[in-house]
Design a protein around this ligand. Structure first.
Ligand code: CLF
Ligand code: SF4
Length: 289
């Protein structure tokens, strides 16, 4: 059985139908190195969407958090890091996974990134033993990506518009190629934005599949921040986009748009506030799953 087949039976975000498996998100990654126009990171305990966490924790706090979460929810098979910011913008996520590997060798390690630094950190990701990686690719055409992203900070320099988009897309695809070659199973998330990338989905699905991704997931836009005037896609737009993508790659259809501190079986009772509440909260957070 290859890694992808194994995950289809044990990972809630790779199962073809809703599984009864759970995941814990460890919100260890503050800050980000790009500026998506729909991103609105918040610290609170009531909004149910990516980009929100009740707290940021330190890598060394993660062990106790996982231990407690497994007691509350034994269905957990996956430890994921999905923000609040980008997992590769700092070293906290990879440091945390090293500790998880040591203390919970049987849990699946799942990481989510915007992919800006994926190519240059691919060897490290492989060495840490990440089992599944999600890369958020919202466009493979720089002109479209520039409508979704204002700027990137890359090696200490700020880039905007198409120039930024070009660097981001190149690094995402190159990173996917490297990591897939190393045997890590890759899922690509695309935030579906009507009027911007809805007719571009086939192209994204095709290119990421060619690069080595195995699974594709559409996250319907939540209109906020600079895209607050855009409309969220309706069911028929989402279905159409999924159908188009499915010509090129397996499509995951049960995404719950999880918080960065979600704990439990997706779509069922969440234990996040029980575990994370009252922990020290810092400003400026996000996540994408
Ligand atoms: Fe978390 Fe994301 Fe891993 Fe899943 S979530 S880091 S791949 S363990 Fe899953 Fe949640 Fe959708 Fe993400 S339902 S938002 S796809
Ligand atoms: Fe960064 Fe993710 Fe927010 Fe984009 S959505 S700015 S990648 S944290």
């Amino acid at each position: 059985m290859d890694n992808y087949d194994r995950l289809k039976n044990s990972h809630p975000c790779f199962a073809g139908q809703k599984s009864n498996k759970g995941r814990i998100h460890l919100p260890v990654s503050p800050g980000c190195n790009i500026e998506c126009k729909f991103c609105d990171r918040k610290i609170n305990d009531y909004e149910k969407r990516p980009g929100v966490t009740a707290a940021i924790i330190k890598p060394e706090e993660a062990i106790e958090v996982v231990r407690k979460s497994l007691e509350l929810c034994p269905e957990i098979t996956v430890v994921g890091i999905a923000g609040p910011g980008d997992t590769l913008a700092t070293n906290y996520a990879l440091d945390t996974f090293r500790l998880i590997k040591q203390h919970f060798p049987n849990l699946i390690k799942c990481m989510s990134t915007n992919g800006l630094l994926l190519s240059e950190r691919a060897e490290e990701i492989t060495e840490v033993g990440i089992d599944s990686l999600t890369v958020t690719v919202n466009a493979v055409d720089p002109a479209i990506e520039a409508l979704l992203n204002s700027r990137i900070i890359y090696h200490g320099k700020s880039y905007e518009g198409k120039e930024a988009a070009d660097i981001l897309i190149r690094n995402q695809l190159e990173g996917i190629r490297k990591v897939a070659k190393a045997g890590i199973t890759i899922k690509v998330n695309t935030v579906l934005v009507p009027g911007i990338n809805e007719d571009h989905i086939e192209e994204v699905a095709k290119r990421v599949s060619e690069a080595g991704a195995s699974m594709y997931n559409m996250i319907p836009l939540i209109p906020q921040h600079e895209l607050s005037d855009c409309k969220a896609p309706n069911c028929s737009q989402i279905d159409k986009a999924r159908l188009r993508a499915s010509e090129f790659i397996d499509v995951f259809r049960h995404c719950q748009r999880c918080r960065a501190d979600a704990i439990g079986v997706p779509g069922e009772k969440d234990f996040g506030d029980q575990v994370y509440l009252n922990r020290i909260a810092h400003k400026d957070t996000f996540s994408h799953g």
